[in-house]
Design a protein around this ligand. Structure first.
Ligand code: NAD
Ligand code: MG
Length: 392
């Protein structure tokens, strides 16, 4: 039986993965090694029982008693804390889903790769924060990373059987998020509730707000560079309001391969779960006649400066991605807490990048994970200080 672990099991990605594991035979078909979650230990316990997991881990120490109570008498091991998460990821498994949100997903992903697992990577922050190190870790241990982000899964599928040297460009599609058509004046007053409602995808709150600001697309452009090794100028972004074309690969001969499907993450997760095979998935069939029309347009860099910042980050290289992601996470926390406005998020990220680049330079490549983590911590502290001193 295939050994699998799911990190971030109670999130939007994690629940979709749970759904697929259950639909594909559950505990009869998979030997579930570890499941992890943040604070929703009641749900984590339910999943662990349903999948007969060996171990259930919460990221937070204060949640351990509740998890222990919920699993009392089941024989399922429990653990808590960031170190326990990493130890869980070191447990041998064939397939590991990285579905934690934010840079907290970085260390467990590294641990999974170091034991040679196939890492199904939804946690794009890992590649933005430490792309070259993560890819090198996979190579060193003969491990495989499979993209779960829908755009990257689409590109990956478009490349099957192709020579990567024949690729001229990739086009990452973007729904445009909740504020696709909002004018600048209105964006300045956008509320957390308004930013948390995605027109097409049902996702966690953080990525939904990142979609509204297009920071999600900015992360994805960098993710594509790090994962596939494309040059920045080969990566284009196209706004496509229907979210039916998940991305395109363009070849030197002018051919464009588009990947289409309904917006449902169970496709990309299921593709990674069954790869290199394809299995039937509980995903709605696409009815193109019903949709009738697909629209595409160029993104507006003025209203969505995150996309311009992504270009600057790729240009700078080195630790710029680490600072970009960390400052973005702080900016998002501050926006959710009502401390800064919607447009201040990009301004805060830009100022943080500018100050850290001026003070220490960002072009140096990270030597190891510790260097990444300390740069991440420094960028978070700097972003907070910039906000507190009103320097946005
Ligand atoms: P979510 O907020 O719904 O779930 C996050 C999961 O991580 C939960 O299980 C939560 O308990 C856990 N978690 C939260 N903070 C943690 C911490 N500090 N340490 C350990 N675990 C923690 O998020 P999501 O929308 O499922 O997104 C997960 C990842 O997948 C993100 O990196 C996101 O960018 C990426 N992604 C999501 C979607 C989507 O459709 N939701 C699509 C593409 C990529
Ligand atoms: Mg995506």
């Amino acid at each position: 039986m295939r050994k699998v672990s799911v990190f971030g099991a109670t999130g939007s990605i994690g629940e979709s993965c749970f759904d697929l594991l259950m639909a594909q035979g559950g505990a009869e078909a998979y030997d579930v090694v570890a499941l992890s979650a943040g604070r929703n230990v009641a749900r984590l316990a339910e999943q662990a029982v349903a999948l007969k997991a060996d171990l259930a881990v919460t990221a937070f120490d204060d949640c351990l008693p509740a998890l222990r109570d919920a699993l009392a008498g089941t024989g399922i091991e429990v653990a808590a804390g960031p170190q326990a998460l990493i130890e869980a990821a070191y447990r041998p498994a064939d397939w590991v889903l990285s579905g934690i949100v934010g840079a907290a997903g970085l260390a467990p992903g590294f641990a999974a790769l170091s034991q040679g697992a196939t890492l199904a990577l939804a946690n794009k922050e890992s590649l933005v924060t430490a792309g070259p190190l993560l890819m090198a870790e996979a190579r060193t241990h003969g491990a495989t990373i499979l993209p779960v982000d829908s755009e990257h899964s689409a590109i990956f599928q478009g490349l099957v059987g192709e020579d990567i040297a024949a690729v001229e460009r990739v086009i990452i599609t973007a729904s445009g998020g909740a504020f696709r058509d909002w004018p600048m004046e209105k964006l300045a007053h956008a509320t957390v509730a308004e930013a948390s409602a995605h027109p097409n995808w049902d996702m966690g709150q953080r990525i939904t707000i990142d979609s509204a600001s297009m920071f999600n697309k900015a992360l994805e452009v960098i993710e594509a560079k790090e994962f596939f090794g494309f040059a920045p100028e080969q990566i284009e972004v196209l706004v496509h309001p229907q979210s039916i074309v998940h991305s395109l690969v363009g070849f030197h001969d002018g051919g464009l391969m588009a990947h289409m499907g309904v917006p449902d993450m169970r496709h990309a997760i299921g593709y990674a779960l069954n790869w290199p095979a394809r299995k039937p998935l509980p995903v709605e069939k696409l009815d193109l006649a019903k949709i009738g029309q697909l629209d595409f347009r160029t993104p507006d860099l003025q209203r969505f400066p995150a996309l311009r910042l992504a270009r600057e980050v790729m240009e700078a290289g080195g630790l710029a991605g680490t600072v970009f992601n960390a400052a973005k996470e702080v900016a998002l926390d501050l926006f959710i807490a009502g401390r800064i406005g919607f447009l201040d998020m990009a301004a805060l990220v830009e100022t943080t990048l500018g100050e850290m680049s001026r003070d220490q330079g960002l072009g140096i490549a990270a030597k190891d994970l510790d260097m990444v983590l300390s740069c991440d911590a420094e960028a978070r502290a700097r972003a907070m200080a910039i906000c507190e001193h009103g320097r946005i």
